[in-house]
Design a protein around this ligand. Structure first.
Ligand code: OGA
Ligand code: MN
Length: 202
């Protein structure tokens, strides 16, 4: 399947169920190129502790999430990151074409959870800022095993779906609808996480 056809499949699934899980969205080869880029940035201290968007103190933040992030800047990209931007452009087109989302921008970061890391149940879109429409997570883990845990749990209606953070798997869900959490990971856990946005109407 072409990238455009894959993106359309994902958009249609998202439209029907509010959640799309697509394994092998990125080839093993690309996953390892992107993971190398993440690790190079991390080893040169390019990551910082993630916040919660609510200006909370360190203590509260530690109870909510335990990951480090590095925001990507499209104007300062490299070969590995270009792999991601090509995919993002295709997904954005498919979401606009299929779901009439009027998405205008995207923001995304690498995320790295230490062993013991988690992110408590939350929503990605707030009352004060509802510009985030579609959330995506692309896992970059090498050889994820079930004992590593760290699943993404997405809540919908009265049920939930657990997604294994296997390298190459892409997860998309509606930012304003789905609460979700990252279960405690027993191994370091790496991803590229981002949000397709619409201009805010005030
Ligand atoms: C987030 C998030 C999910 C994941 O960064 O907001 O919910 O599986 N991430 O990493
Ligand atoms: Mn989230």
């Amino acid at each position: 399947m072409t990238l455009s056809a894959i993106s359309t499949t994902i958009a249609e699934e998202l439209g029907k169920t509010g959640l799309s899980v697509y394994p092998d969205f990125l080839s093993n080869h690309s996953v390892s190129d992107v993971r190398d880029d993440l690790e190079l940035i991390q080893n040169s201290h390019g990551f910082h502790r993630a916040g919660t968007g609510q200006n909370e103190g360190e203590e509260i933040r530690n109870k909510v999430r335990r990951d480090d992030v590095h925001w990507l800047n499209r104007n300062d990209s490299n070969r590995a990151q270009d792999i991601l931007w090509v995919k993002i452009d295709s997904l954005k087109q498919a979401f606009n074409r299929t779901l009439y989302q009027g998405l205008s921008s995207f923001e995304g970061h690498y995320a790295s959870y230490p062993s013991g890391g988690f992110y408590k149940r939350h929503r990605d879109s707030f009352k004060s800022d509802d510009s985030r429409q579609i959330s995506m997570v692309l896992y970059l883990n090498k050889d994820w095993k079930s004992q590593d845990a760290g699943q993404l749990r997405v809540y919908q209606d009265n049920t939930h779906t657990d997604i294994n953070p296997v390298g190459g798997t892409l997860v998309c869900f509606m930012s304003r609808e789905s609460e979700h959490e990252v279960l405690t990971s027993n191994a370091p856990r790496q991803s590229f996480t981002g949000w397709f946005k619409r201009e805010q109407k005030n």
